[in-house]
Ligand binder design. Structure first.
Ligand SMILES: NC(=O)c1ccc[n+]([C@@H]2O[C@H](COP(=O)([O-])OP(=O)(O)OC[C@H]3O[C@@H](n4cnc5c(N)ncnc54)[C@H](OP(=O)(O)O)[C@@H]3O)[C@@H](O)[C@H]2O)c1
Length: 284
């Protein structure tokens, strides 16, 4: 693929909002053609509208077997090749474990872990053919597990393990694996409840000064992909958290054990899910 995206074809899951939508824009800006995948057709078409034939929107759900294969087939038919796949689709199941169920955790893994694995299996033959790049959007929460967000952290620890081992397996095939570990980035994720429902008017619990703009995040992610870097950690607070987790694990455990996650009221999360037992994520 060289060091540019010029002439490359990029598939992005979770392309209808947040980081994924910004990635579509950034990739096209760098000369790529993009297969943009998500469930909400209207949002996806809004994202694709500005780019004409350069973006192929495909409505697909990463939880459903076979849907990503269909997206890849559509991309190959339109563009003839695939150089980069970004497994970005995700959301957070928040809440204290005592109030969650096995079903909540299964739902979290179905999207954040098995969705990534489905994306891998669907794109791998084309990536091997192009000696391309598979990027996984994990999280700083793949290094630290905080009370109130355990299912989310479990899922992000899992995809970090996937990235590390997969890198060894794909190296002989010339396919690079890039792990993206963001701290707080501007997006809808903290307005999305544990059932995956977005509450557009809900307040983001993270103060604006702490959130990286999506455009900045997308630029850094695409740069890491082009450079075939092993990992990119986004945000200063994210890099500090990962440094502490790696080098001062006992201090980190001490601090985390004393962190008292706040139980959120339904009202704060807003929207129709407010009457449900709510536990919106504070940390993503
Ligand atoms: N923003 C942060 O602070 C932050 C921090 C660390 C990690 N991350 C990670 O970044 C990634 C992107 O999240 P975001 O922050 O950009 O959140 P977002 O604004 O809520 O966007 C999530 C995207 O994922 C898609 N999606 C969700 N479930 C899907 C499914 N089953 N099938 C296909 N697409 C699905 C959504 O589209 P549809 O609803 O249309 O399907 C949407 O496009 C996630 O993996 C998240 O864990 C975010």
């Amino acid at each position: 693929m060289g060091r540019s995206l010029e002439g490359s074809v990029v598939l992005v899951t979770g392309a209808s909002a947040g980081i994924g939508a910004a990635l579509v824009q950034e990739a096209v800006g760098r000369g790529a053609r993009v297969v943009a995948v998500a469930r909400r057709q209207e949002r996806l078409e809004q994202v694709a509208a500005a780019f004409g034939e350069r973006v192929l929107p495909v409505v697909a759900d990463v939880r459903v077997d076979g849907e990503l294969e269909r997206a890849v087939a559509g991309g190959l038919e339109r563009f003839g090749r695939l150089d980069v796949a970004v497994a970005n689709a995700g959301f957070g199941v928040a809440g204290f474990l005592e109030e969650l169920t096995l079903e909540d955790i299964r739902r979290q893994f179905e999207t954040n872990v098995f969705g990534v694995v489905r994306t891998l299996y669907a794109t791998l033959p084309a990536l091997v053919a192009s000696r391309g790049t598979f990027a996984i959007v994990g999280s700083v929460m793949g290094y630290v597990s905080v009370g109130g967000s355990v299912p989310y952290s479990m899922s992000k620890f899992a995809v970090r393990a996937l990235a590390e081992g997969l890198r060894c397996e794909l190296r002989p095939h010339g396919v690079a694996v890039v792990l993206v570990s963001p701290g707080f980035v501007e997006s809808d994720i903290r307005r999305t409840d544990r059932w995956g429902v977005v509450h557009e008017h809900a307040r983001d619990t993270v103060p604006p000064w702490l959130r990286m703009p999506t455009g900045v995040a997308a630029r850094k992610i695409v740069r890491a992909i082009v450079q075939r870097r092993r990992e990119v950690i986004l945000t200063t607070h994210g890099r500090i958290a990962v440094f502490l987790a790696r080098h001062l694990p006992r201090t980190t455990a001490f601090l985390l054990a004393r962190a008292r996650p706040r139980r959120r009221s339904g009202k704060e999360a807003g929207g129709p899910a407010a009457s449900r037992p709510e536990g919106q994520l504070r940390a993503r």
